[in-house]
Structure formats: structure tokens, C-alpha cells
Ligand binder design. Structure first.
Ligand SMILES: Nc1ncnc2c1ncn2[C@@H]1O[C@H](COP(=O)(O)OP(=O)(O)OP(=O)(O)O)[C@@H](O)[C@H]1O
Length: 658
């Protein structure tokens, strides 16, 4: 076992390499019981695993870890839904309009998703594996070591256990490899999917309207926002969005998996890190959506490991943790507080995080279901433990805190405001990292928040991100829904391969995009696309990002847009952006108000009003002005709260040394 210390430039603390202690004995019912009690995972039902258990699980601690970003107060009540669903039925196998009974809109949210690490392990750590005749292959192939098919490192070069014969794939298997590789290389770097949940009982009881329409079999979504005209009569403003996929309230969790994570599973066998996160306001269905994904993904990963990549030396590890208030807690170890360090290679290590090596779905389910085990006293592994398995692929599932909490600046409670600040910071930093990732920028601003720091290695190299934006359909959530969709839209439009033209194209060619062709390959060449990307494009993208005017582009839109008065500010960092958004929104409100006043004054001047009508006019104008003024004051308050929170947060960050 090796421990290497290094002064971290940032924190000044020593860094620690992964320390892995293998043990056969990892589940302890007493501590599980405690954890289960608090998490409600005891409600989970068992299922038929699709892959036969191999019973070779063990665990180590101290490796790179999993992450979930959640609100600490969130409950972890489990539902039985995802253990009882059939394994990945085809997306069109369910009649449209039919929802599973088990998807109860009122059922409590489930346990947190976690992370699946896929490790390749050194040959000397390979367990003896019987080589079935099926996998025997002609000699020339025997010298090819294959974590993936085209990995041409000589297989025997470092293998001290020369007596062992490594299985090599036959032609069918080679075809499988190639097919999996093909699939992997055709998955877009960023995929933004929106999921709308059904109206819940409470909303139905209040006769709340469903304000979201989704065109069948399309990627289009429209929000119908009710607004007040100058004369205080109501009108509906339509906001249209296009995403990579838009899933309506009838879509099952299986279909969500099929659309989001399933395509990226093969990629992690190609040395790629993938991240799937859910974003949206509280109660919009993030947990409901994310909960089933890790197990579904692990089923597929194990299936690939046991079939296509059989005997290729892959191991799967699972870990769970939470980031709360900028601190890390191990959810598989009684919420033990963890710290994060960087090693000499700038790899992020979560010191002490327990990671469980798993070989069957049942074990993963057990881990999720039963929670943690006792800490390792650890059966010592052989001398090779100083050579920990190398992480070759990783799939992280992140259930973010409710997005509106980041914007909640009105709470007087300091703790709540601090939480809001951290959440806000995480969301903004996440967007920045995704943007940098997709633009192949050399610098990934992962230090913007704890979440992105932890996810650092998911943002470098050949990684993939799937963002699932969850939205509530009710009219009362309109503002939050629009915010969520705008965030998603920005993430999407920041992507150099995904401007709005391309979105439209992807609508037509969506099937190709997800099955045979990358989006970029079906798009026309042009100066705005990958090949000719230059700084001016980024500047344009930045301007676009902060042009809050998209929703006002229809004919009846306020004059401020036509006057072109709203300017975007230059961008210095992600914190500034939130402030800039607020400033722009504030400015927009003021200018909109001024335009209304001007219009009304013109009307007043032009019209030959008798005195009593003039009075009416003036009082109506006053009503409009005070309504607008309230909005402006509210924005001013938000702005100053935001600035205060930023200061507090910066003090906190610098005092914590992280
Ligand atoms: N697509 C859906 N179909 C049926 N019910 C849903 C769906 N999405 C969410 N729900 C239900 O809505 C409620 C809220 O969902 P959930 O707890 O997942 O929201 P959340 O976004 O994770 O909220 P929070 O941020 O507060 O944790 C739950 O009762 C859940 O069962």
C-alpha cells in the first residue's frame, strides 16, 4: 500500500493517493439498519437480476469517488418502481398515454443515485477465470490485450503470471466490440433532455392548468405563460424551446433511461467518463427520474462486462456520496465526512471514500438498498495493492438540489442563504464546465464549486454529459419552469456543435444521431461550426447567453427589445454571470416600464380625453407603474442579496482552505 504526500497548492494539505483495502466482508446489518432507517431504503423490493451473480464482491476505500449533489434535508424514501420494471423494453413497446401504475406522482422521492466506476485492473490482479471454448480464438489475437478492442498494448508484456491464459474474443465478439465502439463514438458530447412530470393531486385539486405542451414525436416544447397587458387584461405568451429530446408526462423511467444513459454505457468501456445529472426546481421529478438510472446502467454495464468484454479485465465499483454545504459525506459509511485531495497527477481523490467492487446487480441493489457496511478492517490483499486498478471509465449520476434554491435570496436564515449560495455556485460552475468541455477548451473551470471539483475528471478528455431538465407542468411553477428551460437552453446553445439550427436539424435526424451518425456529421459545414471556431464565436455565444430577450421575440413583445437597449456585459467568471443576469433583468424591467410610460403618455397626448377619462388613465398608469416598481425593487433586493451571499461565500471558501 502506498501513500504519497504532496503539498496541495490550493489547500496546503497533503494529498493522498488511492488506498484500496480489499475485504470479503462488507455488509454489516446493524449499521445498515441505522442508515436504512434514516433513508427509507427498506421500502425497496428485490428484482430478478439479469446477470448471474459471481459472488466476488469486495471493497476498498480511498479511491476516486462518486458524487451526488443533494440538499441535505432531502428524504431518501425509496419506491419499488425501478426494481420491478422489465429490463429495458423497447421505447415504443408501451402504448402512448399509458403510465406505469407504480409511477405514482405522489409517491415520496427515492434514494440517491450514485456513481459507477469502471476500472481496468492490472493483469497480475486478475482472478483466475475459466476460459470457455466460445472465446477461444486463433493465435494472432492472443497477443492483443483488450480492455477495448483496438487497445493494442501487448497483453503479455507485463504479465508476470505467464501460466494464465487470457481469453480472447472470437469473431462474433470482435464484431460486438466494434459495434459497441461505433455506438460509443456516435454519442454527442452533451445531450440535453427535458422531462415533464404529470400534474400531481395537489395541483389537480387546485385546478391548476398544465401550461406545457409537447408536440408528439418531436423535440419541441412550448410554455404558455399567462401575462398581464398594460390594461391589466390577461394574455398568453408562448415560449418555444427545442432540445435533443423532450419527454412528456407519459414517458416511463425505462424510456428515460433509453433516451439518456443507455447510449453512454458502452462509452465507459472506451476510457470515457460520463456524467448524467438532473436539474430542475424542487418537486419537478429529479429524484424520481434519477433514482432508477444507476441500477439500470449497472445492469447494462455488467452485461457488457460479462459478455462483450468478458475476460477483458474490467471491474466495476460503486460509491455514493453527498455534497452538502460544500462538504462531502460518504453515504455508504454513515455519512462520514470526507475530504478531497489532488494527487501529483492532478487527479482528484476523495480520501476515505468507500468504493465497493461489484460483479452482480443483486449486490449493487443490496448496496443501494442496505446502505453501508462497517468500515474496513480489511483483509489485506496481496502485495499488488500498491498498484490500484486504474479507472478507465466512469459514470456519475448527480441529483442536484432544487434549482430555485439557488435563486432564493430572500430567506433571512443565514444557513439557508449559504446553502442557496453553494447551490447557485454549483449550478453556474457546472454550466461553465460543460461549456468548456464541449468547446474543447484547454481550461476547465472546475474549481468554481465543490461539485465541479469533485467531477473534475469527468470534464477532461473524452467525456460525455447528459443533462435531464425536469419541469413541473403547473401554472404556479411557470417562472421556475422557464428558468430551468433557459438554463438547459443555454447549456445546449453553448455547445459549439449545437446551435439552434442544428437543434432543428437534429429533430429530423434524431434517430440517426443516436444510432448511427453523430450530430456533427449531419450538419452543414460553416463558419459557426467546429472547424472554423474562433474567439469571435465565443464572444457571440457569450452575448447570446446573456441576451435575456429570446422569449420576447414575437410581434407583441415589449419595445425594449425593438429599441435594442439591453446590452450584455462582458464575462469574467461564473459568479459574475448570475449577477449580470440579474442586472440585465433589472435593466430590462426599468426599460420596459419606461417604454410603457412613454407609450401611455403619447396616447394621452394624442387623444382628446374628457377629464374623467383622463383620471382613469392616470390611475391605470399609476397601477401599472407601482406593479412594475415592485418588480424592480424585488430585483434590486435580489441583486444586493446575491452580492452579499457571494461575499459570504467567498469568505467561507477562503477560510475553509478549499
Ligand atoms: N414523471 C413522473 N411521473 C410520476 N410521478 C412523478 C414524476 N416525476 C415526479 N413525480 C412525483 O413527484 C414528486 C416529486 O418528485 P421528486 O421528489 O423526484 O422531485 P425532486 O425534483 O427530486 O424534488 P427535490 O428537489 O425537492 O428533491 C414525487 O412524489 C414523485 O413521485
Amino acid at each position: 500500500m502506498s501513500t504519497v504526500g504532496r503539498q496541495s497548492q490550493r489547500s496546503g494539505a497533503s494529498t493522498v493517493h488511492h488506498q484500496r483495502h480489499y475485504s470479503d466482508n462488507f455488509l454489516d446489518s446493524s449499521s445498515n439498519g441505522r442508515w436504512l432507517q434514516s433513508t427509507g431504503l427498506q421500502h425497496l423490493q428485490s428484482s430478478n437480476p439479469s446477470v448471474p451473480p459471481l459472488q466476488d464482491y469486495s471493497y476498498y476505500q480511498g479511491g476516486q469517488g462518486s458524487r451526488m449533489y443533494r440538499n441535505g434535508q432531502r428524504s431518501f424514501n425509496g419506491g419499488s418502481e425501478f426494481f420491478t420494471e422489465p429490463l429495458m423494453p423497447p421505447i415504443n413497446s408501451r402504448p402512448s398515454g399509458q403510465r406505469k401504475n407504480s409511477e405514482d406522482p405522489e409517491s415520496p422521492s427515492g434514494f440517491s443515485p450514485g456513481l459507477l466506476d469502471l476500472h481496468s485492473f492490472d493483469t497480475e490482479l486478475l482472478p483466475e477465470v475459466a476460459v470457455p471454448a466460445l472465446y477461444d480464438a486463433p493465435l494472432p489475437y492472443r497477443s492483443v490485450r483488450g480492455r477495448s478492442f483496438d487497445d493494442t498494448e501487448p497483453y503479455l508484456a507485463n504479465n508476470k503470471q505467464t501460466g494464465r491464459v487470457r481469453a480472447v474474443p472470437d469473431n462474433n465478439l470482435l464484431k460486438s466490440f466494434a459495434a459497441e465502439k461505433d455506438k460509443a463514438s456516435n454519442v454527442a458530447k452533451i445531450k440535453v433532455v427535458v422531462r415533464k412530470r404529470p400534474l400531481n393531486k395537489r395541483e389537480l385539486a387546485k385546478n391548476e392548468e398544465d401550461i406545457i405542451t409537447i408536440e408528439p414525436h418531436s423535440n419541441f416544447l412550448t410554455v404558455h405563460e399567462t401575462k398581464l397587458k398594460v390594461d391589466l387584461t390577461e394574455y398568453v405568451e408562448k415560449h418555444e424551446f427545442v432540445f435533443d429530446a423532450v419527454l412528456n408526462e407519459e414517458v416511463s423511467n425505462d424510456e428515460v433511461y433509453h433516451e439518456t444513459v443507455e447510449p453512454i454505457v458502452p462509452i465507459i468501456f472506451q476510457r470515457t467518463k460520463a456524467t448524467c445529472f438532473a436539474y430542475g426546481q424542487t418537486g419537478s421529478g429529479k429524484t424520481y427520474t434519477m433514482k432508477p438510472l444507476p441500477l439500470k446502467a449497472s445492469r447494462d454495464i455488467l452485461r457488457l462486462m460479462h459478455h462483450t468484454y468478458r475476460n477483458q479485465g474490467f471491474q466495476l465499483f460503486v460509491s455514493f456520496f453527498e455534497i452538502y454545504g460544500g462538504k462531502l459525506y460518504d453515504l455508504l459509511s454513515d455519512r462520514k465526512k470526507l475530504c478531497m485531495r489532488e494527487d501529483g497527477k492532478q487527479q482528484v481523490c476523495i480520501v476515505g471514500l468507500q468504493e465497493y467492487k461489484v460483479s452482480d446487480v443483486e449486490t449493487i441493489k443490496d448496496l443501494i438498498e442496505k446502505g453501508n457496511a462497517t468500515r474496513s478492517t480489511g483483509t489485506t490483499a496481496d502485495g499488488n495493492e500498491s498498484k490500484p486498478p486504474r479507472v478507465v471509465g466512469k459514470l456519475s449520476f448527480i441529483d442536484l438540489a432544487g434549482s430555485e434554491r439557488g435563486a432564493d435570496t430572500t430567506d433571512n436564515d443565514k444557513q439557508t442563504r449559504m446553502e442557496g449560495a453553494e447551490i447557485n455556485k454549483s449550478l453556474l460552475a457546472l454550466k461553465e464546465c460543460i461549456r468548456a468541455l464541449d468547446n474543447d477548451q484547454g481550461h476547465i473551470p472546475f474549481r468554481g464549486s465543490k461539485l465541479t471539483e469533485v467531477l473534475r475528471d469527468s470534464f477532461v478528455g473524452n467525456s460525455r454529459t447528459v443533462m435531464i431538465s425536469c419541469i413541473s407542468p403547473n401554472s404556479g411553477s411557470c417562472e421556475h419552469t422557464l428558468n430551468t428551460l433557459r438554463y438547459a437552453d443555454r447549456v445546449k446553445s453553448l455547445s459549439k456543435g449545437n446551435n439552434s439550427k442544428k437543434d432543428t436539424l437534429s429533430l429530423t435526424l434524431n434517430l440517426k444521431e443516436s444510432t448511427t451518425m453523430p450530430l456533427s456529421s449531419i450538419l452543414p459545414p460553416g463558419p459557426t461550426f467546429e472547424d472554423d471556431i474562433d474567439d469571435s464565436w465565443f464572444e457571440q455565444a457569450d452575448r447570446d447567453e446573456f441576451d435575456l430577450s429570446e422569449e420576447f421575440q414575437e410581434p407583441e413583445k415589449p419595445l425594449w427589445k425593438k429599441n435594442g437597449k439591453v446590452e450584455s456585459y462582458g464575462i469574467s467568471n461564473s459568479e459574475d454571470k448570475e449577477e449580470e443576469d440579474l442586472v440585465n433583468a433589472h435593466r430590462r424591467q426599468v426599460e420596459e416600464t419606461m417604454d410603457i410610460v412613454r407609450e401611455e403618455m403619447n396616447l394621452l397626448v394624442e387623444a382628446d380625453h374628457p377629464g374623467n377619462q383622463l383620471d382613469d388613465y392616470v390611475s391605470r398608469l399609476n397601477a401599472i407603474l407601482s406593479q412594475k416598481a415592485a418588480g424592480i425593487v424585488q430585483l434590486q433586493n435580489r441583486l444586493s442579496h446575491f452580492q452579499r451571499r457571494l461575499k459570504e461565500h467567498n469568505v467561507l471558501v477562503s477560510s475553509s482552505g478549499n
